[in-house]
Design a protein around this ligand. Sequence first.
Ligand SMILES: [Zn+2]
Length: 291
Amino acid sequence: MIGVPELPEVEALARFLTERAVGRVVARVDVAAISVLKTYDPPVTSLGGLEVTGATRRGKFLDLDVSGLHLVIHLARAGWLRWKESQPAVPPRPGGKNPLALRLHLDDGSGFDLTEAGTKKGLAVYVVRTPEEVPGIARLGPEPLAPEFTADVLAGILQSAGRAQIKGVLRDQSVVAGIGNAYSDEVLHVARLSPFKPASGLTSEEVLRLHTAIEETLEDAVRRSVGLAAGDLKAEKKVGLRVHGRTGEPCPVCGDTVAEVSFADRSLQYCPTCQTGGQKLADRRLSKLLR
Ligand SMILES: [Zn+2]
């Protein structure tokens, strides 16, 4: 399960759109699944005729600046962006099993589709005047790759989180922006920390290790993702993961078997030798992570 696109994949999408879409004019937006549209003022049709002036990432949100209006996209678990060199002129037929949710046409005939597979709908699109009007953006914590995100800042965050388990703290978007279920597993594996360790219980040496692991893991994933076509990002994410989604496979560091703890709707993976002193973690502790 590769799950929600996180910081590296969304960063790569933003840079991809910077190259392909910035400087072009929005010709038309087709909404095939009205439920993905979370705002109505300004209307999505107001983007038509305006130039795309920027494409950036905020946490796991993609922010397309369209001459001062913002098309903000949150892809969620089954949502994806597909770039098309040539968009069909005929409007899409809404409803049915069609995964197409929204189609954006640019003035040269290219554009992108937002799609969402399956029944768990989480894909969200907002048209706003400032990105902070999107509640999920307004409450974002600091960006982990920003220069201001020092080990001291991380130490403060962990102290404020108290006894909350480190896994849940890392994927809480209001604490640190952009890290989700997959990269929190990866970061904790690199830092050799148990996912259930209380945040405020880390020694200063462990905080430093965690800080380095966050930066190295995310920078490495960004490096591998940027420059790839949108369609290749999910496969690249999967290749780069060392423990997440690799239950039963050997740990690339020590060779122990990667173990799993299951939740109702997700799972986490870890290496017992590298992270928990060889101990297997029990599933019953998991309710505390679902916050
Ligand atoms: Zn290991």
